[in-house]
Design a protein around this ligand. Structure first.
Ligand code: SF4
Length: 213
């Protein structure tokens, strides 16, 4: 089973190359992006982020009024919920002095539990923050991952934790691999494995059970 997963990873990597998501962002910018991207396209997140101008800092988020914040993030949709979540997740980060190295000294399980009890933060958002903002070894599962697993198929078991455990149990223990593999799954879902799949040219076409069906 692990061979299948590694094969998929290597095939996607050979096709798209190393993606290294969010390499130039500060951890806080990644946190904000991970919240804003809930239930919306990344293009809308970019519009919302642009609205912050030079103010995309935890200090600004801590002090800005909710009315102003919801106006800034309106392009990302669900702005009332997301404003509350941004405030809550910023308060969580404040507990570590807005300092990534301080936070990175804490155990992953503790941080994940804290995030999962933070208002508006679900499993995907928590893992995105921990992996992409802070480099923790935690695999991010999203709708694209579930789609690929269902179609290829990859027998992961059902539910977020089962899929996450499957990937983590069958891949090299590496935050870099987790980072790249999730990004590769997303890009392939956008280019080929869409709701209505475009199997022509998909790098997984030669081995995917669903290819062309
Ligand atoms: S071959 Fe088709 S169904 Fe299979 S992963 Fe590629 S796009 Fe998706």
């Amino acid at each position: 089973m692990g061979d299948k997963l590694l094969f998929i990873y290597k095939t996607l990597l050979a096709h798209y190359g190393e993606l290294n998501w969010w390499p130039t962002k500060t951890p806080y910018e990644v946190i904000v992006g991970a919240v804003l991207t809930q239930n919306t396209a990344w293009g809308n997140v970019e519009k919302a982020i642009a609205g912050f101008g030079d103010n995309l800092t935890p200090e600004f988020m801590e002090n800005v009024g909710l009315a102003e914040l919801t106006e800034i993030i309106r392009p990302a949709g669900f702005f009332n919920q997301k404003a509350g979540c941004l405030k809550a997740v910023t308060a969580w980060y404040a507990g570590y002095g807005y300092d990534a190295p301080t936070l990175q000294r804490e155990p992953l399980a503790k941080l994940r539990t804290e995030l999962l009890t933070t208002k508006g933060v679900g499993q995907e958002t928590a893992d995105s923050i921990l992996l992409y903002a802070f480099g923790f070894m935690t695999f991010v599962v999203d709708a694209y991952t579930a789609r690929l697993c269902g179609r290829y198929p990859i027998e992961t078991g059902k539910g977020y934790e089962a899929v996450k455990a499957y990937f983590e149990g069958n891949l090299p223990q590496s935050a870099g691999v987790y980072n790249n593999f999730h990004a590769l799954i997303v890009i392939n879902a956008k280019e080929h494995c869409r709701k209505k799949p475009l199997c022509d040219g998909c790098p997984l076409g030669g081995t995917c059970w669903r290819c062309g069906i």
